[in-house]
Write a protein that binds this ligand. Structure first.
Ligand code: ACM
Ligand code: ZN
Length: 644
């Protein structure tokens, strides 16, 4: 055999030993070209920065080939992201690295995660640890909700009581503390629960984030969610008797002096171009009763309390802009007219963000149904208490913050997940709620929608979960995900299936099931794990309906399932009454089931109530009543009335 032939065989054998590229990186890179060959696992990359690269400073090209590894990046951030991709490849391959050329850039310039550090205070180490993981995922913003009624978390030299007292409360459990009417404590009191970041702590967090190409966005909440401020500085609230209230008084100049002074100190510590000023859920109740607020409305010819809110936000916008920065606010800042320089953070849905984008304002999307991580990610019966329905991994992955048909989509700066912590007290729980869902956020924020593929992502998310666990994070195991109850995909063709339901008590428009039509409770579909998924709701009332079976029918059982989720005021019924009739005038009670309510249980519980006839009965009509609790308070939710 000739030497050249031998050499060819040898090189072919080497090529066949080379690993082939498979998807491992989160977020999925924009362009991956596989090439033949491989390079040693520990080859050091040669890095060049080329600021003329088309996709800007966060973009990069990572080439792994026979000659080694090269990184070309549009800026330092791009080089850092190339290194993250390389690290993930190194983790995935034990031997040689497969040859590949990755050309990559982010879809959005704002890729963030919000953490509520007020409801429970998360020390510096907890935040630094999450920054580490966020950076691996190529996120570039962390938004800290630094102030809220549950505790003020930033040292402000001009107003020391904000940290000496407003940062501490008497109980760790928010709900127990609220039930006791929000007692704040002094730092150092034996039971004081809370804490705050000193300016040095914050500078350390900011510097660390900066070293990983991440910006920390501070949020100072105004004009609502501010009980902790008015508890220690009542002069900036609306009450005249020196007691606290949940809002700042927008009528008083003193309030603006206070807020501007606070923001001066915030801007001195945080270099971020964007300063979040909250703006959500400010109660109008106190403003309506406050002479100063009402005088402001008259003097400035404002359109009521919405106009007052808008006036206040516009003043803050002007102030922050005069310092060369910009404000971000939750989407309520649209009410009464948006301040000219404000960025809208759309949370109640996508509508606020869409409206602002269509009008040419920058927006950040974090609609709660897709992005609020305080919702559970799994069958809620087996999860720690969560908020607001269910947000499983596939749902967040499915979200597109700026779909092609959206007017003004170019104004969508990006997307973030938001983690509120009313129900989260331990760092391990915080991480459990973050991961792996933040992996999905990373991909929807970075990767173009055409490159998304859930099956591929799922495999990569499992690998990334393992990596995160090795690094000491507490990650929900997606392999154990139980996302829908048994029978969820089935249509139950029971005897009342498709039969007409007459509503003796009206259901609420918020929980309609099946479009709210007259067969909603007989459509054969059971409710999902989330209260938002196929449940019909009644507010402060019984549920009472008559089902018309269409003709005399032999019936041996009637059942229905109810949901209880005390945290959002959904309770089981206190009793179920089932009656039969052949003419819809004369009803005979065949069953009454009483139910002792468990008021202490705040978590999801499903309960099936069933009547089984001793011997089958003939009936055409069934009147089904679920009785509300004797407080006549809250919601009743049921999914289907099954007749067999
Ligand atoms: C919010 O969730 N209240 C912004
Ligand atoms: Zn007022």
């Amino acid at each position: 055999m000739k030497r050249t032939t031998l050499a060819l065989i040898a090189s072919a054998m080497m090529a066949s030993c080379a690993p082939s590229y498979r998807d491992v990186i989160i977020p999925q890179p924009q362009v991956v070209e596989t090439v033949k060959g491989s390079c040693p696992h520990d080859a050091e990359p040669a890095v060049t920065i080329d600021s003329s690269m088309e996709h800007g400073p966060e973009s990069y090209e990572l080439t792994i080939g026979k000659k080694g590894i090269t990184i070309k990046a549009g800026g330092e951030a791009g080089a850092f992201y190339a290194q993250q991709s390389l690290d993930q490849l190194r983790k995935a391959y034990e031997g040689r690295l497969p040859a590949v050329k990755i050309t990559d850039w982010p879809r959005f310039r704002y890729r963030g995660c919000h953490i509520d550090v007020s409801r429970h205070f998360w020390g510096k180490e907890v935040i630094l640890k999450q920054i580490d993981m966020f950076a691996r995922l190529k996120l570039n913003r962390i938004h800290l909700h630094l102030t809220d009624g549950a505790g003020w978390r930033m040292q402000i030299d001009a107003y020391p009581l904000l940290t000496q007292r407003a940062a501490f409360r008497s109980k760790s459990d928010i709900y127990e503390w609220e039930a006791e009417n929000l007692p704040y404590c002094n730092e150092g009191d034996p039971d004081a629960y809370g804490g705050y970041y000193t300016k040095d702590d914050l500078r350390e967090i900011i510097a660390y984030a900066d070293s990983l190409h991440m910006i920390v966005i501070p949020e100072i909440e105004m004009f609502g969610h501010s009980n902790e401020v008015t508890a220690v500085y009542p002069q900036v609230g609306c009450k005249k008797d020196g007691t606290r209230c949940s809002v700042f008084c927008v009528g008083k100049e003193e309030t603006f002096h206070f807020l501007e002074t606070v923001l001066d100190e915030v801007m001195e510590v945080f270099p971020s171009e964007y300063i979040h000023i909250g703006g959500d859920e400010a109660s109008k109740y106190y403003w309506k009763a406050c002479p100063d607020c009402q005088a402001r409305i008259r003097k400035e010819h404002l359109d009521g309390e919405d106009g007052l809110q808008s006036y206040g936000i516009k003043r803050m916008d002007e102030y922050v802009r005069s310092k060369g920065r910009k404000i971000i606010g939750w989407d309520e800042i649209l009410e009464g007219g948006l301040a000219p320089g404000a960025v809208v953070m759309s949370w109640r849905g996508e509508e606020g963000g869409r409206e602002a984008a269509a009008a040419g304002h920058e927006v950040i999307m974090t609609p709660s149904v897709f992005c609020y991580l305080d919702a559970v990610q799994n069958n809620p019966e087996h999860e720690p208490l969560g908020f607001g329905g269910m947000l499983p991994l596939p749902k967040i992955y499915s979200y597109d913050p700026a779909p092609a048909e959206m007017p003004g989509k170019e104004y969508v700066m990006g997307v973030q997940t938001s983690l509120w912590t009313e129900m989260i007290e331990k760092a391990s729980h915080l991480e459990y709620m973050l991961y792996p869902r933040v992996f999905a956020l990373s991909e929807i924020a970075w990767t173009d929608p055409g490159r998304k593929d859930y099956d591929s992502f799922y495999r990569r998310a499992l690998d990334m979960s393992d990596t995160a666990r090795e690094l000491g994070y507490n990650v929900f195991d997606q392999r154990n995900a139980d996302l829908a109850p048994e029978g969820y995909d089935q249509v139950f063709k029971h005897l009342a299936y498709g039969c007409k339901v007459e509503y003796l008590t009206p259901f609420h428009e918020k929980y309609v099931k099946h479009g709210g039509d007259e067969t909603a409770l007989t459509d054969g579909l059971i409710g999902g794990y989330s209260f938002k998924d196929r449940w019909q709701g009644y507010l402060n009332s019984d549920v009472s309906v008559i089902i018309d079976l269409g003709k005399p029918t032999t019936v041996s059982s009637v059942s229905s399932r109810f949901l209880q989720f005390r945290s959002i005021e959904v309770m089981h019924p206190e009793a179920i009454v089932i009656e039969t009739s052949s003419d819809k005038e004369h009803f005979e009670k065949v069953c009454e089931i009483s139910n002792e309510l468990d008021w202490e249980n705040r978590n999801y519980t499903y309960k099936k109530f069933e009547w089984k006839a001793d011997s089958p009965v003939e009936t055409r009509y069934i009147r089904f009543t679920g009785k509300i609790n004797d407080r006549r308070w809250g919601w009743i939710l049921l999914d289907e009335i099954m007749v067999n």
